[in-house]
Design a protein around this ligand. Structure first.
Ligand code: SF4
Length: 670
């Protein structure tokens, strides 16, 4: 059957999805998107689809891709969605369509157990220095290592992603022994890559995709030429993720790791062949002197770097410090080069020293046109040079309609606030791509309300966080928790949490659990938030920042009140944001209108999207930023939000809260 007809049949009322998937309802928007994807799969080129929450975009792109029989590469922003596609969505859909596929997923090497490093950790002393809470994981990991087939660390969900044990169990490009490793044949990283190369459908993530375009290490670059369909879900992330990986970065953390490995040679087989202590000392000492120039700021900061050096740092001292690092690396490199033939680990060390020296040399001259340089300063110092967007690299890889038979599909719930989806299309170099916007099927006017309090402190007012906490505290006690507060900074998370604790402590008419980002892992916080929504619990307020503005799905009555503290404008002083704005102005554009406003609109829309996740959800969105009333751009930002009914005053707000509090609170789904 021709692809278009087959796709129509799949989404028809008598189709296989209605038959096989409980609760599946055919929707016009989903079918329209699937047909647009099918046409692109047939004709090639690029298609950009903004599909509102609830459209069912996953099946809309997967069905035509699977039915086409083509080799498919799917990339996601998050590992959570990557796992969901691999473990649940693709197998379920392939079975319903009767289209069996060889399916594989590929992650970065830090996601896989390294058999060599596990062996080293079990024998060596490094694990003994870990905190007790982490050491107790060693035995379960050892047992799991004997039975796991994938070696994917995600199979150990209780092990915190930030655990200091993980670097001891996983490899980096620097420390992998490669072909000389005795475990190379059964190595999980190698097996995952071989499986991916033989599969029909491979699920990767954006980090891996862009990292591989740069260093061609993980196997994606080998997969790409043979894939006829490439799909980016959560595509709104690709510019930011791409920049992160296309940027050149080097700094004191990497130099100090090299220094530590040089020092380790003092007890190795080549201990008598060089003065390892002196080589190590000059690298670590020069790195430390560079850090000392910045007088250790309290939090990590990005310092703009003009041609003469970072802002606020004496230019001569800066260049002298860089020169010192360069000399120390050069000295280590000449010794390592002489010994590189001795064994594989010495060869790796010499390659690392060479790469670090080359990266540092790249920062010697003036900032190249079309790029921006900055220094990231905290306990370590990192030198960064980044292009202003990913358009050049995308144009080199993504062919537009008239140029290629390969289909490129980009989709997300938030890609722009105009029909051309310019916010996404322009920086990604996709001008000329076909675009489609599919509205959410939710009845926002009935399901949700928007409240922007009029009498509220300005966002810059010192009492703003306390006012947010007072509004949240009173409302959350009325509806039994079920409240998520999204802030624009981590500092505001702490300020709102503290004020909320004080507010609750002063009240004797109820109690509520307060959860805040940083108290536990994201997964744990969400689990506790969901537990607290049970009728037998007292309810919870979760206060969180950037990591919670997207990618969380609290369906049902678990979340009924979403509060955003301030409009999410990008920090104008950030060196990358400032360079993008300057380039826009230089090209005759208006940086506020063309960059800052669309960015804020997209992030606001993404955050607001947490509230209504299914057709039966009900909730209120509160944005505690009076600029929506007082500034001319407020109207534009309000238009970016789903068409919720407006609550105009305190009386409307109280009535809407009362309505929510009378709703039954069934056990939520997540
Ligand atoms: S080949 Fe590299 S990643 Fe694989 S087990 Fe050996 S050291 Fe670890």
């Amino acid at each position: 059957m021709p692809l278009i007809a087959a796709v129509r049949q799949v989404f028809a009322p008598d189709g296989p999805l209605v038959r096989d998937l409980p609760g599946f309802v055919p929707r016009t928007g989903q079918t329209d998107m699937a047909l647009a994807v099918a046409r692109t799969v047939q004709g090639g080129g690029a298609l950009v689809v903004e599909a509102g929450t609830g459209v069912g975009k996953t099946f809309a792109y997967l069905a035509p891709a699977l039915l086409s029989g083509a080799r498919v590469l799917v990339s996601t922003a998050t590992k959570a969605l990557q796992d969901q596609l691999f473990l649940r969505d693709i197998p379920r859909l392939a079975s319903s369509l009767g289209a069996p596929v060889r399916l594989a997923q590929l992650k970065g090497r830090s996601s896989y157990l390294c058999l060599q490093r596990l062996e080293d950790a079990l024998l060596g002393e490094a694990a003994a220095h870990l905190p007790l809470a982490q050491r107790r994981w060693i035995e379960p990991v050892r047992l799991w290592a004997q039975v796991t087939r994938s070696g994917d660390i995600a199979e150990l969900p209780e092990l915190d992603e930030a655990s200091p044990l993980l670097p001891l169990l996983t490899s980096t490009r620097e420390n992998c022994l490669g072909a000389s490793c005795v475990h190379a044949e059964h190595c999980h990283v190698n097996v995952a890559r071989r499986t991916a190369l033989a599969a029909d459908v491979v699920v990767v993530n954006h980090h891996l995709f862009f990292a591989d375009l740069r260093v061609r290490e993980s196997g994606v670059a080998e997969l790409l030429p043979s894939a006829s369909v490439v799909i980016f879900d959560e595509a709104h992330q690709i510019n930011a993720t791409g920049l992160q990986f296309l940027a050149v970065q080097t700094g004191t953390a990497a130099w100090k790791r090299l220094a530590a490995d040089l020092l380790r040679q003092m007890t190795g087989p080549l201990r008598g062949y060089a003065d390892w202590q002196s080589l190590s000392h000059s690298v670590s000492q020069s790195a430390q002197e560079l850090v000392a120039l910045f007088h250790g700021p309290a939090s990590v900061q990005r310092v703009p770097w003009m041609d003469s050096g970072p802002a606020g740092i004496d230019s001569l001292a800066w260049h002298a410090a860089l020169e010192q690092v360069s000399v120390a690396l050069e000295r280590a490199l000449s010794t390592l080069d002489l010994l590189a033939d001795a064994d594989a680990s010495m060869q790796l060390l010499s390659q690392r020293a060479r790469a670090l020296h080359q990266q540092l040399s790249g920062f010697g001259g003036a900032t190249p046109a079309g790029t921006v340089q900055w220094v990231e300063v905290g306990q370590q110092v990192r030198l960064c040079a980044s292009p202003l967007d990913i358009s050049a690299v995308m144009q080199a890889h993504v062919a537009l309609p008239e140029q290629s038979s390969r289909a490129w599909i980009f989709t997300s719930a938030t890609l722009g606030n105009d029909d051309a989806l310019s916010w996404f299309v322009t920086p990604c170099g996709l001008r000329g791509a076909r675009t489609l916007r599919v509205e959410s099927p939710f009845d926002y006017a009935r399901q949700a309300a928007l409240y922007v309090p009029q009498a509220f402190p300005e966002p810059a007012h010192p009492g703003h966080s306390a006012a947010v906490a007072a509004l949240v505290g009173a409302a959350a006690m009325q509806i039994g928790g079920r409240t998520l507060v999204l802030t624009t900074t981590l500092r505001a998370v702490q300020a709102v949490r503290k004020a909320l604790q004080e507010f609750i402590a002063q009240r004797d008419d109820g109690d509520i659990t307060i959860l805040a980002q940083g108290d536990a892992s994201k997964r744990e916080l969400l689990e506790r938030f969901i537990e607290q929504a049970s009728p037998s619990e007292k309810g919870a307020v979760l206060v969180a920042s950037a990591a919670f503005w997207e990618g969380i799905d609290l369906a049902g009555d678990v979340l009924q009140l979403l509060v955003i503290d301030k409009l999410p404008f990008a920090p104008p002083d950030d060196p990358l944001v400032r360079a993008q704005a300057d380039a826009c102005t230089a090209a005759g554009g208006n940086a506020f209108k063309d960059i800052h406003l669309p960015h804020a609109a997209m992030v606001l829309k993404q955050g607001a999207g947490r509230l209504i996740r299914t057709e039966t959800d009900r909730g209120i969105l509160v944005v505690c930023d009076t600029r929506l009333h007082t500034r001319t751009y407020g109207k534009k930002l309000l238009q970016a939000l789903p068409p919720m009914r407006r609550l105009h005053d305190q009386a409307d707000w109280q009535a809407a809260l009362a309505e929510l509090s009378t709703r039954a609170a069934p056990q939520p789904a997540c």
